[in-house]
Ligand binder design. Structure first.
Ligand code: APR
Length: 245
């Protein structure tokens, strides 16, 4: 499953970093991106989740995001998410970085999450940038509009082709560089700049662990590869730490 060496490393570490991808939410029933679910009503999601679609086909864009929001509102965190809450409570030097926009780490109870690709539950104006909490704007029109400037609203996610929030990326890069153990969990490790973070960690001396049932481009570079589902493994790591404590 995992080595004793890994448990010892975790026990003696101050700084632990976990970076998650769609795979950690798979056991909650959220479809991954590069699985068989990359289409929505015959539209290529990679074409739809773009600034261009928001501009040229805002009705379709919002129909897609409303569908995703409804789907995600119904799902619950799984054992993997809860194990990361436990680890945040145990370790001062814990950092959680996620590529997921599904809000499940926050829903599970993690307090500080570096959301590289944003969070689908948030909404802001594409023109003036004003942020809206749920219920603060009229969500009945096909394309919701800003109450302040009339601009088109958009979900708080990074669309394909957009850059990541620079302060969050910088914090993630710093955490990667400082981590003693770095876990890459449930990600295909191909989308930049997130895909580079494990290499930053390793170049700075971290013990690099991958948890993923499938091989990825990162696998050959990891110090330890755990080819199992993340829910089971993360829960087992917490249990192993509890037994020793
Ligand atoms: N436990 C761990 N890993 C799993 C599980 C599981 N139960 N189920 C699937 N996986 C793995 C798959 O083997 C795959 O490698 O999760 C990975 C999911 O990969 P992707 O679908 O490519 O998702 P991700 O890596 O998060 O995508 C990165 O790409 O489309 C963009 O912005 C989107 O954030 C996303 C980014």
């Amino acid at each position: 499953m995992f080595s004793n060496k890994l448990i010892k490393r975790i026990l003696h570490a101050y700084s632990l970093t976990f970076m998650t991808g769609a795979g950690i939410s798979a056991e909650s029933g959220v479809p991954t991106f590069r699985g068989k679910d990359g289409l929505w009503q015959n539209h290529d999601v990679q074409q739809l989740a773009t600034p261009r679609a928001l501009e040229s086909e805002p009705e379709l864009f919002w129909e897609f995001y409303r569908w995703r929001r409804q789907l995600l509102a119904r799902v619950e965190p799984n054992l993997g998410h809860y194990a990361l809450v436990d680890l945040e409570n145990r370790y001062k030097g814990f950092t959680l970085i996620t590529q997921n926009v599904d809000n499940l780490h926050i829903k599970a109870g993690n307090r500080h999450v570096l959301e590289l690709h944003g969070n689908i539950t948030r909404t802001y104006c594409s023109k003036c940038g004003k942020e809206f909490a749920e219920g603060e704007y009229d969500d009945t029109p096909a394309v919701p509009k800003c109450t302040q400037c009339g601009g088109v609203l958009r979900p708080g996610v990074v669309l394909f082709g957009e850059s990541l929030p620079s302060a969050i990326l910088a914090e993630a890069q710093q955490a990667a560089a400082e981590s003693e153990v770095f876990f890459s969990v449930g990600t295909s490790s191909i989308v930049e700049p997130a895909a580079s973070l494990p290499y930053i960690a390793k170049a700075n001396g971290a013990y690099l662990v991958e948890i993923n049932p499938e091989e990825t481009p990162l696998s050959a570079h990891a110090d330890e590869v755990i080819r199992e589902k993340s829910g089971k493994i993360l829960a087992a790591i917490v249990l192993a730490l509890e037994r020793i404590a």
